[in-house]
Design a protein around this ligand. Structure first.
Ligand SMILES: *[C@@H]1O[C@H](CO)[C@@H](O)[C@H](O)[C@H]1NC(C)=O
Ligand SMILES: *[C@@H]1O[C@H](CO)[C@@H](O)[C@H](O)[C@H]1NC(C)=O
Ligand SMILES: *[C@@H]1O[C@H](CO)[C@@H](O)[C@H](O)[C@H]1NC(C)=O
Ligand SMILES: *[C@@H]1O[C@H](CO)[C@@H](O)[C@H](O)[C@H]1NC(C)=O
Ligand SMILES: *[C@@H]1O[C@H](CO)[C@@H](O)[C@H](O)[C@H]1NC(C)=O
Length: 475
């Protein structure tokens, strides 16, 4: 197939750049364009918030029967509820997790007095820290190195205990008919930026200057410098657009009714998560990574877009659940130096424990599923930054939820709906000054559904929704 600027992979569509329809994995300019378009989209409104173009750059009338219909790219629209999907749909409940006797409130670890084992249990906590590695002499396990404080600090039944680190391992002893049963679990707290690190404190001080006191609407309308919008990315691994339609109906309706824009032609550019995220966050084409020399090497020097935000004094956060399946770590070295201000991986490595590094973690954390744990962490992070009025860039990536199970996303519909709806509607989340992205990287790559025609089609078309702050919208 001839390279043709603006042509797309002939995905059940008609290739206009040649007569022979070719189903090979061809990559062409439209993907590059869409990657840069995305990176551009993220930064565009930050860099030039005053400049709003008066023409529509990328709008097309939709053509019935097609997701994309341009002179050089046509992608058919398929039915997500086609009867070919039915054999793969099963009813599944959410993951059940036993309650945990220790809870966190305002950075204090406390006993849950309503827990059935409250009276018989006593606990202490150890701090968990990332163990810094030499950036020049490191091995493949560098992003797996953490340390626990030698001392286990008692959690008092009366006062609880102050968390002295953002992530802790809680060790408990339960007296049961004369025997002592030892258990351990984990908790996390989002420290405010003035406490979290020197860098987040300096970023906070930057935004506390007088000149940033204007509200975002004043910033747009009267050109008074105000705080630029935050960026919140909620990503779920391995979910096609059509699978999102099938599994998250409540969330989808909410998105449609609340100004989220759907990018129907968003197409994957590589096999698994890594190359697709490198496209989205670093604007890089498949296998062309001058910043990365292969699985034995770190990705630290890659131009991931959160670095640009960080240089502009945004507080950055990167949250992933299962550390073995993580974007930059699955069969790879990952980061030798911590990549973002807030980095949930330190805790995820602790709860993954001694399990094989190439495997997913499916257990519970702090008395809840990893998905709930991460959603809670994200909510607290967004609230904390709102309290301090610091713009942030947050990337969350939910990997273990539905990566291997066609039916596991559906029970999470309400969780994502509530997270997104609170972000938009609850003033403490400051959603009107946040660019919100709800995205995936590709569809199911394996399993029996993938072997069907629809499975083949869907795999390349992940879901993508974006909501711009109302004050920044083109009018
Ligand atoms: C936690 O810290 C605060 C202030 O730093 C202090 O007043 C309080 O007594 C501490 N609580 C415990 C349980 O140590
Ligand atoms: C943070 O700043 C303080 C004082 O400004 C300094 O003493 C300390 O070493 C810094 N910590 C780190 C980790 O750089
Ligand atoms: C990758 O390897 C080449 C050749 O050894 C070296 O010049 C380059 O600096 C390396 N790049 C990174 C990002 O480590
Ligand atoms: C991010 O920063 C790098 C280094 O300054 C720059 O080359 C790149 O163009 C920036 N990316 C965007 C999208 O502005
Ligand atoms: C967001 O802005 C819209 C209109 O621009 C307004 O109706 C809505 O109340 C705002 N939401 C919050 C939570 O402030």
């Amino acid at each position: 197939m001839r390279e043709h600027s603006g042509a797309c992979k002939p995905l059940l569509g008609v290739s206009t750049s040649g007569t022979n329809v070719n189903y090979n994995r061809g990559y062409s300019h439209v993907y590059k364009v869409s990657i840069f378009f995305f990176a551009f989209f993220l930064l565009y409104f930050y860099i030039s918030p005053m400049y709003i173009p008066h023409h529509h750059l990328f709008w097309e009338e939709s053509t019935p029967g097609y997701l994309v219909y341009t002179s050089s790219c046509k992608i058919s629209d398929m039915n997500p509820f086609d009867k070919a999907v039915r054999p793969y749909i099963r009813k599944k409940g959410p993951q059940r997790c036993p309650r945990f006797v220790i809870k966190v409130s305002n950075q204090i670890l406390k006993y849950d007095e309503t827990h059935p084992k409250y009276k018989k249990t006593s606990c202490c906590f150890r701090e968990i820290h990332r163990d810094p590695q030499d950036p020049y002499k490191y091995n493949k396990n560098a992003d797996w190195q953490i340390k626990f404080s030698p001392k286990c600090t008692t959690i008092s039944k009366i006062n609880g205990a102050n968390m002295t680190s953002e992530f802790v391992k809680v060790e408990c002893e339960e007296l049961d008919e004369g025997k002592v049963i030892k258990t351990s679990n984990f908790q996390a707290s989002v420290f405010p930026p003035e406490q979290h690190s020197n860098l987040t404190r300096l970023k906070l001080e930057y935004w506390q200057q007088e000149k940033f006191s204007g509200s975002p609407s004043e910033m747009i309308k009267e050109e008074v410098p105000g705080r630029p919008p935050s960026v919140l990315i909620v990503g779920i691994d391995s979910i096609s657009r059509m699978h999102m339609y099938r599994s998250l109906p409540k969330t989808k309706l909410f998105l449609e009714e609340n100004d989220f824009i759907e990018m129907k032609g968003y197409t994957k550019i590589g096999e698994n998560t890594f190359p697709n995220i490198m496209g989205v966050l670093a604007g890089m084409e498949l296998n062309k990574y001058p910043c990365y020399n292969g699985s034995k090497y770190k990705v630290d020097s890659c131009p991931l877009i959160w670095k640009n935000y960080s240089r502009s004094n945004y507080v950055t956060a990167f949250l992933e659940d299962s550390p073995g399946l993580a974007i930059f770590n699955y069969l790879k070295t990952g980061f030798v130096e911590q990549p973002t201000d807030y980095y949930l991986r330190t805790l995820a490595v602790a709860y993954h424990g001694k399990l094989d590094h190439s495997r997913g973690f499916q257990g519970c954390v702090g008395g809840m599923s990893q998905t709930d744990f991460m959603i809670n962490y994200m909510r607290r992070f967004v609230e904390r930054m709102g309290e301090q009025k610091v713009p942030y860039f947050l990337l969350s990536w939910f990997t273990s939820l539905a990566h291997d199970d066609f039916n596991a996303l559906k029970p999470a519909d309400t969780k994502y709906h509530d997270l997104l709806s609170d972000t938009v509607n609850d003033a403490t989340y400051n959603g009107n000054n946040t660019i919100i992205l709800f995205i995936s990287d590709h569809g199911y790559r394996f399993g029996s559904f993938r072997e069907t025609f629809l499975g083949y089609y869907e795999e390349s078309l992940p879901f993508f929704y974006i909501r711009m702050p109302p004050a920044l919208k083109l009018s």
